[in-house]
Design a protein around this ligand. Structure first.
Ligand SMILES: Nc1ncnc2c1ncn2[C@@H]1O[C@H](COP(=O)(O)OP(=O)(O)OP(=O)(O)O)[C@@H](O)[C@H]1O
Ligand SMILES: [Mg+2]
Length: 470
């Protein structure tokens, strides 16, 4: 006998799904309903005949199935109001032979009471899971090696070599570079290539921690240090990083008072927890990073000079992407592989025109911007080749497509020139311009233009009518 579902006659399967009490829907990559069972239709107040072949958004209220079919990201236990009931929807990408072909969705629980009893049972489990998940993510995030730092350009290779060479030293490292250049990756790679690799790498973002918490986050506190302090006190990041590396990200955003305390630790290799009586000795290596100009901050008196000297023992300046000749394509290919795995879309390539355009672009947001551009392109892409039309508008600006739609000069919007007028009018003006731009980028094809704007066809046609665009 065969092992598996083949033993079940094909026409039984629907009945089995119905008996299992599941409401189930299957859509293709475009979000068109391929299958929906009668239990679901009954609940929706429609029929199977009516639902099949239609866009899922038209069949199911608040559906996100068409999105999951595009992104490949499952959405579990999300609340979805249908027919006035709060439903729990699970949406799974349908992956066949490694390719994303559509999505499968189920909804459970007809009423909130059922949901409530379910929630009470599992809520604490979910919380625990989330806690371990973020912890695990943090751990895996910090695991970068020099081999992850993609780039062949002379300017980048020199910097990577320098970082590799100094990773075994115990001295402080100061990583400078614009936003998105990879400072965090460098910090992690240096740690993992050092003798401290088997001890913790503890990143701390000085800009994102509220000023009044920074001291206790860094140095911990003793029991009874303040009202609400946890029994037994709390270890700070310095203590957690003992024998390892502490990564002080966005050091340029550290308040002056904290800078003095940090300087003390660097000089004396010990610190005092908040409310504590006894200093604690630590052995940590410091890696600091910032996109700010620390020298200028020193001149302006917003960054302590003595701290700057302490941190600036080994300075590594990561070049911006626009100064890394030839690296854009290499990194893009690498990122496409990574994104391909994330979205279950294998073998996506760049057209020659796209490579050229990416090479010309200024990349103010560096690799992070490149990553966002590619992710967005994959989301509007049906085939395997990213063409100019899939890039965001601002990257296509210099494009010279023949424009089938006439754009009236007076209609072009320059933000600086916007007169003071009701906001509604400004927004309408900008919206009209966005539609005209999308149409020109899509060579006049309205369906394609709607896709670029990520709005539905119907809405797109309505707007064209509203703004008199034919
Ligand atoms: N050389 C590289 N090769 C491949 N990917 C990279 C490289 N450098 C950075 N990245 C990717 O670019 C993104 C930005 O990197 P990272 O967070 O380290 O930048 P950052 O310099 O810390 O930026 P910010 O100052 O904004 O915090 C990350 O997603 C990272 O994975
Ligand atoms: Mg960073």
């Amino acid at each position: 006998m065969k092992l598996g579902i083949e033993n079940i006659p094909h026409h039984w399967i629907e009945e089995i799904v119905n008996l299992a009490g599941e409401r189930i829907v299957v859509v293709d990559r475009e979000g068109v309903v391929l299958y929906i069972n009668s239990a679901y239709c009954e609940f929706l107040g429609t029929t199977v005949e009516n639902a099949i072949g239609r866009p899922v958004q038209d069949v199911i209220e608040n559906s996100r199935m068409h999105i999951v079919a595009k992104t490949g990201q499952e959405e579990l236990a999300s609340l979805q109001p249908i027919n006035g009931s709060e439903m729990i929807a699970n949406r799974y990408p349908l992956i066949i032979n490694g390719e994303l072909v559509g999505a499968v969705g189920t909804v459970m629980f007809r009423n909130p009471e059922d949901w409530l009893s379910y929630k009470n049972k599992i809520q604490h489990l979910v919380e625990e899971l989330n806690y371990y998940k973020t912890k695990a993510e943090r751990n895996s995030k910090s695991k970068y090696y020099f081999s992850h730092l993609v780039g062949d350009s002379p300017s980048f290779t020199a910097v990577r070599k320098l970082a590799e060479r100094v990773s075994s030293s115990q001295s402080a490292v100061l990583l400078l570079g614009e936003s998105g250049t990879g400072k965090e990756l460098f910090a992690s790679a240096i740690h993992n290539n050092s003798t401290r690799a088997s001890f913790p790498f503890v990143p701390i973002n000085c800009a994102s921690i509220p000023e009044h918490l920074l001291e206790s986050e860094l140095f911990g506190y003793d029991e009874g240090a303040f009202t609400g302090a946890k029994k037994g006190g709390k270890k700070g990041h310095f203590q957690l990083a003992n024998r390892g590396t502490i990564f002080l990200d966005e050091i340029g955003d550290m308040p002056l008072a904290m800078q003095s305390k940090l300087l003390r630790v660097l000089q004396e290799r010990e610190f005092l927890p908040v409310g504590g009586q006894k200093s604690i000795a630590v052995d940590v290596r410091i890696i600091a990073a910032t996109h700010r100009n620390l020298e200028k901050m020193v001149e302006e008196g917003t960054f302590r000079q003595d701290l700057y000297y302490r941190l600036n023992v080994i300075k590594i300046e990561i070049p911006p992407l626009r100064d890394r000749n030839g690296d854009v394509e290499l990194i893009a290919i690498n990122l496409l592989e990574k994104l391909g795995r994330k979205f279950y879309r294998k073998g996506i390539k760049l057209s020659a025109e796209v490579v050229e355009r990416l090479n010309q672009h200024k990349w103010q947001g560096n690799i992070r911007e490149l990553e966002n551009v590619l992710e967005r392109s994959i989301n509007v892409l049906d085939g395997k080749i990213i063409e100019l039309a899939h890039l965001p508008l601002y990257l296509r600006d210099q494009e010279t497509v023949n424009i089938p739609v006439k754009i009236d000069e007076r209609e072009s919007v320059n933000v600086a020139d916007i007169p003071v007028q009701p906001l509604k009018e400004t927004l309408a003006q900008v919206e009209k311009k966005a539609i005209l731009n999308a149409l020109s980028a899509a060579n006049g094809n309205k369906q394609e233009a709607a896709k670029l704007l990520e709005i539905g066809k119907t809405r797109f046609y309505e707007k064209c009518k509203l703004y008199n665009i034919h």
